[in-house]
Design a protein around this ligand. Sequence first.
Ligand SMILES: [Zn+2]
Length: 412
Amino acid sequence: MELECAVQKYAWGVCGMDSSVAQLVKAVQPDLEVTDDQPFAELWMGTHPSGPSVIKGSGETLGEYIRHQPGVLGFPVIEKFGEQLPFLFKVLSVNQALSIQAHPNKKHAEELHSARPEVYKDPNHKPEMTIALTPFQALCGFRPAQEIARHLKDLPELRQVVGEDAAQSFTENPGEETLKTCFSTMMNASIDTISQALTQLLDRFSQMDDGEGRDLLRELFQRLHDKYPGDVGCFSIYLLNYVLLQPGEAMFLGPNVIHAYLLGDCIECMACSDNVVRAGLTPKYQDVETLVEMLDYSMGPPENRKFEGFKMDDYTILYNPPVLDFAVDMIEVPSGVDQYTLRPVESASILLVVEGGAGGIETSPSAPGDAPSPPPTLQRGSVLFLPAGQSLTLRPTKQNSRLLAFRALCVL
Ligand SMILES: [Zn+2]
């Protein structure tokens, strides 16, 4: 069944046709109006009530369809998650940093929800998987101790916000406890301390000439400050890893891992939840106290944050995180291949075509009951819902182009 999916136009999205979200939607909805001043931030594929997908041709939402025929989810999914799709699948197109955040584990999510339901709207955890479509920049996890110590030594402005005492105890005894004190002092620093330190560092950077070389962190600091002037989050880049994912590289964000997306387009899959604890680089509600307490303060290089996929066959890599809620297939069929059959899986799945096209679509066994049959062709931007146990055969149509697609599923 082909789906029509919701677009979210958050202000941080990439504007106009530079956005992968706009390109994918426009390819299947040529009438869609795309203007250069409009951000196309996220494409949502799933049943989330804030942006439900609709079955093309029938007008029914995917959520309604699943309620009427829960068997399409697959028995192991129903047994584990009840009669609902456990994941939300997305495309993101990020033009400016979006909030420093972490997601609580299941037990903590339940506690936060029962204590403050108006802020933490549901009791579920929210693990996330990110796979880059373009070179994708993010902050993720804490840097190795010696890098943090070097930044504290080299940048008096950073020491001001972290506090001289906290900075000294970290330098003398670098560990998770002393790092937590540094991070906590920084996030709780007064507005005056922060703005004074930010101004000083910006002044110092502006006096450095290009002869001193292009410095990635200096540029990032200035870029963040342009968007979030006065925000303590600008200093976080000296404590957190800067991760650059190349297209096809992935990152898994388990509970309590601090992260912020900075720039680029990606595929994202997550458990169906809204639970985000934010602090810094956001106009949204910030909960510094909860974030500081919950974080995983382990330190290590950015390479450790990348998540390796598993090669299922010649054309499919499975990214299977240590949670049951979701996994993602990356399917790349090179030009010249006549046909490829996606393996049947024990859960329902959602397939998105990102590049290329395919015809002669066949499903086996054919769709149950009154389900709409698959479209005769798939193209860039096509989104398909596949019931559990169904295989799909594709015959690529574009001879000079690869077929690139992603599929959200569960491995139970
Ligand atoms: Zn997140």
